[in-house]
Design a protein around this ligand. Sequence first.
Ligand SMILES: Nc1ncnc2c1ncn2[C@@H]1O[C@H](COP(=O)(O)OP(=O)(O)OP(=O)(O)O)[C@@H](O)[C@H]1O
Ligand SMILES: [Mg+2]
Length: 328
Amino acid sequence: MISVTDLELRAGARILMSETNLRVQPGDRIGLVGRNGAGKTTTLKVMAGEGMPYAGTITRTGAVGYLPQDPRTGDLDVTARDRVLSARPRLDALLHDMEKTQIGMSEAVEDAHRDKLIRRYGRLEDQFAALGGYAAESEAARICANLGLPDRVMAQPLRTLSGGQRRRVELSRILFSDASILLLDEPTNHLDADSISWLRDHLKGHKAGLVVISHDVELLDAVVNKVWYLDANRAIIDFYNMGWSTYLQQRETDESVGAGASGPTRRRRPARCWRRPTRCGRRRPRRWLPRTWPSGPKRCCPGWKTYGSMTRSRGSGSRLRRPAGKRR
Ligand SMILES: Nc1ncnc2c1ncn2[C@@H]1O[C@H](COP(=O)(O)OP(=O)(O)OP(=O)(O)O)[C@@H](O)[C@H]1O
Ligand SMILES: [Mg+2]
């Protein structure tokens, strides 16, 4: 599970998100969407523990598999197969021990030493089999093949692979791992149509938690059961506890009535006045305004609710500030 409290993200001076609480649990398959540059990648990076938030706390239980939008650089001398298998550390360690012991056996001069190594190899092999090692190897090979990585490529060091192939290796590694939460940033990049179709089916049956950023609407439609819409203008996330097609209808309704997410799924502040500022002739409020905006609805223009009275600050014609006595 990933739990995020009071998250604030910034890119330089720009606030990407503020005072946001997030939770990813087993069974959640969340699509994180928003316009380009809204901060989706930054959000996922912070959730994965690879970036620091400006403020807020993040708690993770269980292993997290994170596919970043940009390729990682690591040890480029390992083969693609070893890279994928390293996702299950115990199996990986056993495999390396077995390989080392095998080399020792072939190089042993004394019979007694060779016998000792043979017995050791037998023990390691038993452990490997007990952990499902052979099945795991074929599972890894199956995932890789479905993502367009044939055996020939899997035997090559990462250094010799293209950027797209390395990214597919990383995606295979994450899908092969035992991670209880997957955070995937544009997983369909560099995949062909067959691989995308396979990935869609694979993620659809995924039981652990998943947050996926994707511009592939077919993938979102098939996979997600919740949508987080990161609104770059308001620097908040609207939460929709519904699948993709229902989300699109709901969003259309929200847009047509000039509101943000509505109904029971809406967890954050009401958005009516903020989303259509021109209707009431006021500029979009500064981001901190709604935090302690007083309760007790008042109307600021016909048919539009606002929350508290708006006042203008001295020296700034259109800038809004908190009502007197509410500033902290
Ligand atoms: N290393 C960086 N230094 C400074 N600003 C950055 C850096 N990385 C990203 N940004 C800025 O942070 C903002 C959010 O970027 P981010 O990559 O998280 O957006 P995104 O929603 O993932 O966009 P896209 O859909 O294009 O992938 C952007 O305005 C971007 O210019
Ligand atoms: Mg991005």
